[in-house]
Design a protein around this ligand. Structure first.
Ligand code: IDP
Ligand code: MG
Length: 140
């Protein structure tokens, strides 16, 4: 296994619920190291750009609106197999289908308001990290 980096976002619903610490704690308990983190309130332009890959999906506009309803916490996570590990700790996209103990099961309300984002592969991880962080902000 290789040491990887991935992007995590604690979405506006989870920030509003007061579970930034709970979500980050679970990522750390899973062996992922936080090597960069900050709070950002996404503009519509930023949210549209971040989720551009989904622009043809029926939920795109709603997702963009949700992601701009309040601040998010973006972090770079590092560890062995970090991309898949993060997605395992997050759980399935739909909290109703997520395994017990996962962040989405614990804190997600529905398939859109699902508490957290994680990159889905090495290329997207690289792009998404660069979307939010300059190299000088990452302490790996
Ligand atoms: P992922 O976040 O598990 O990788 P994606 O399919 O990449 O899931 O979808 C991106 C985000 O879009 C999801 O995390 C969720 O917030 C939202 N989303 C996905 N599917 C739906 C849907 O069917 N209805 C509404 N929102 C959705
Ligand atoms: Mg995805």
């Amino acid at each position: 296994m290789a040491v990887e980096r991935t992007l995590s976002i604690i979405k506006p619903d989870a920030v509003k619920k007061g579970v930034i610490g709970g979500a980050l704690h679970r990522l750390e308990l899973g062996g992922l190291k936080i090597i960069a983190t900050k709070m950002v309130h996404l503009s519509t332009v930023q949210a549209k750009a971040f989720y551009a890959v989904h622009k043809e999906r029926p939920f795109y506009n709603s997702l963009v609106e949700f992601m701009t309803t309040g601040p998010v916490v973006v972090s770079v996570l590092e560890g062995e197999n970090a991309i898949l590990k993060n997605r395992e700790i997050m759980g399935a996209t739909d909290p109703a289908k997520a395994a017990d103990g996962t962040i989405r099961k614990l804190y997600g309300a529905n398939i859109e308001n699902n508490a957290v984002h994680g990159s889905d592969g090495p290329d997207t991880a690289k792009q998404e990290i660069a979307f939010f962080f300059a190299a000088s902000e990452i302490h790996g």
